[in-house]
Design a protein around this ligand. Sequence first.
Ligand code: MTE
Ligand code: MO
Length: 438
Amino acid sequence: MSDKKGIHELYAADAAEADRQLWGRKTDPLSRRGFLRGSGLAAMTAAVGASIPFAEYMPGGLIPAALAQSDEPFAVPGKEGLIVLNDRPINAETPAHLLNDDVTPASRLFVRNNGVPPATADTSADDWVFEIGGESCGRPMRMTVGELKQTFKHHTLQLQIECGGNGRAEFNPPARGNQWSTGAVGCPEWTGVRLKDVLRHAGIKDDAVYVAYEGADSHLSGDPSKRPISRGVPVAKALENESMLVWAMNGEPLPVLHGYPLRMVCGGWPASVSGKWLNKLLIRDRVHDGEKMTGQSYRVPCKPVAPGTEVADEDMCIIESMPVKSLITLPKSGISHGIADALAVRGHAWAGDDAIREVHTSIDFGASWQRARLQKAANRLAWQHFDASIRFPQTGYYEVWARAEDAKGRQQPMVLPGWNPRGYLNNACHRIAVQVTA
Ligand SMILES: Nc1nc2c(c(=O)[nH]1)N[C@H]1C(S)=C(S)[C@@H](COP(=O)(O)O)O[C@H]1N2
Ligand SMILES: [Mo]
């Protein structure tokens, strides 16, 4: 990596090449999207269609109003249809109807970056070096992905990841951060090795408490001493069969945006624990204190609070297993449907570390519920598919609601659950609109 340019420098020098490295294809640096990711003055001039006399005073990263007002939507190549919430860092979510696949394809997996991704596209995966260390590591070592593949047994599992802030957009008072609606979730199939096999190889001392990651992405400030994010999980979660180090997704090398060449995946917990571009594993003798582990990040009030309450850091608790949730992925909200036919409804449900026991649907705003057909998970910590065939009593406007219940009997709330300062854990029922016509 050290002889390679960071993606920032690369953008300054050659935006199209930087796009190729990051997105796997060359893009037009004059497009609005290409522009936003740091094209030089020449491209900017061409894009606004005039020279810019005071260009030297333009703040770095400023979007000229001529372009900011353009209607051309933001787009992420290879992720058509995703909604871009933020361009620096790149964050994009998937509309519900594009999440209908049983196994989420790369093209439809949300992207959540806290910093600037490293330019890893031209890196040979097998030569990628990562370190294992930390106070509670018995035999600190360096390993390559090639050695990882040779040393440990390979496993392929479908594991669900959901951003802790998925659903944030609904909270009131609003929480700052990316305004995710429902699309920061996906369930691809991952191939790699069990984290526990690697940790045991490197020696876990008796006093081990947490297993954490560091990635090769850089902080938005450009300060090399800062990490954009460095989180982890308690040792017990790290030692589960489904906690993995993976190099492949859906049978292909990990896409650059999803952590190529190596990432951690700990399904069912906030996806922020699933570190991308892994270059360090730390076996800690304390609760990890890396970036976005402390303060209010990925924490909720230990006791419920009224909306808008200020909560002291010491009264905030780390989010672990995510709550029960479901998503209707078929049909697309807003369709018209003829009354003569039953409407086929489909979706997925998941519940952090637990399985889903039942899913119900309602067409009368929750007054009555019908049990949907529910499939078993492909494996533990994969989402489960449900489907229902719904008939409507008369023409008019309906909403189809879905409500999942986990193995412990916990159900999704029909309205917003506990407000919290950072807007995490909104698992309210998903609903779609259907116009039933004659
Ligand atoms: N190195 C690194 N790992 C990371 C992040 C990041 O910014 N840098 N974001 C985390 C967060 S907050 C989420 S929700 C998931 C998103 O994974 P995805 O972009 O592959 O969907 O990655 C996690 N791992
Ligand atoms: Mo996240």
